[in-house]
Design a protein around this ligand. Sequence first.
Ligand code: GLN
Length: 498
Amino acid sequence: MAELWQLSITEAAEMLRRREISSIELTRAHLDRIEQVEGSVRAFVTVTDAEAMREAEVVDQLRREGAKLGPLAGIPIAIKDVLCTRGVRTTCSSRMLEHFTPPFDATVIKRLREGHAVMLGKTNMDEFAMGSSTENSAFFPTRNPWDLERVPGGSSGGSAASVAAGEAMASLGSDTGGSVRQPGALTNTVALKPTYGRVSRFGLIAFASSLDQVGPFARSARDAALMMQAIAGHDPLDSTSVAEVVPDYSAALTGDIKGMRIGVPKEYFVAGIEPGVRASVEATIKQLEALGAEIGECSLPHTEYGIAAYYIIAPAECSANLARFDGVRYGFSARGTKGDIVEAISQSRAQGFGAEVKRRIMLGTYALSSGYYDAYYLKAEKVRTLIKRDFDAAFTQFDALVCPTTPGIAFKLGAKTADPYTMYLNDVFTIPANLAGICGVSFPGEFSEGMPVGVQLLGPAFGEATLLRIVDAYQRVTDFHTRMPEVATKRKGARKRR
Ligand code: GLN
């Protein structure tokens, strides 16, 4: 039999229901796996093992008492350290919040808790979700379980790596310009960015408020559907969440995609994409066609302006959102500033934020300053409208679009840290969906050079069920998503002590 940490949520939930295993056993198995591989992967900033075991015990007790429990009850899950968790340190992988313990749960956490999911801990990320490799974490980089010399993507690299390495059965991340889908692509996981407004952001520490969404990582479309079911829906505490009915995502997985119209945007297959990635996406398209989908070419002509617009809008919004971290109201407080408030604030920010965060705050402040607002910010917002119109037009003809998630497979640690611009280019295929507010999912396709390749599906607003149906149909006839890496196990703390 497979190890417990290799099970899908769907399988484990059934075994829990039949009482073939307990949540205590399942949680223990994941904590052991964490102990075994964390020394090399380093997906977690905080592991809440005692709390996890307590929660598991509670669910097992409830089950014994015959309580009616949902599909995530007793399932061990990891959470990106950008989501507030009551009583559990929430750092955003920043010195600024290194000692911050929220007094409340984000709405998505509250919902997972109501479903009695077991929280294993908080995962590493690029500082304040700014980055594509997890190398911007103030603490340490996370490594790709498929090749420890490579990055797991970012900014939700820890959440992606934890699921890929079997440390967690699923996880939550946040996607502002690709931070769920891109790490999903590089680690062989199913990674969904919901439509803007589909999932509450209450308790998600804000990066760029018009772009941020919370989304799940899982090892199959079926498991991702269960995660979506738990977190989606209107929240009175988030006025940008939409009161649109939440469909039954699992019921949407019929396996039938006959006659579904899937567009191939030609601008997503341009120079710069690695041949192995192109081949993988093309093979997936053939497979979808074989399953009865109608494939056709389409055009999203403003794609090439996406990065430029995003790197004005996201920094502009982050410069406002991060203004609250001044060492007085929030965050790290510098010492030795002798009662000088201006010096105290600037020293707190100088020492509390890392280089990438400062770069974005400066860019954003500049783009919003008088005289430059019209030239940069307003212009970027106009481009954004054009990008959204491209998608609106495409979705009059197609139910979904298929393309690569990233131009290449996971890159080596350090390969792109010297030049921020080459790092930004990694998000060329994920950013447009955030600018347009639509949904997207990355899922495992054929491998290239022994590494995972992510295929991306983009859907219209509230098209999540359609995307999951396509991925599920594909996963019924392929097995890429079932592959798991062999992680070199280096015991934590095995280094010689002096
Ligand atoms: N990599 C992109 C950035 O650095 C996207 C980040 C994200 O989605 N949070 O901004």
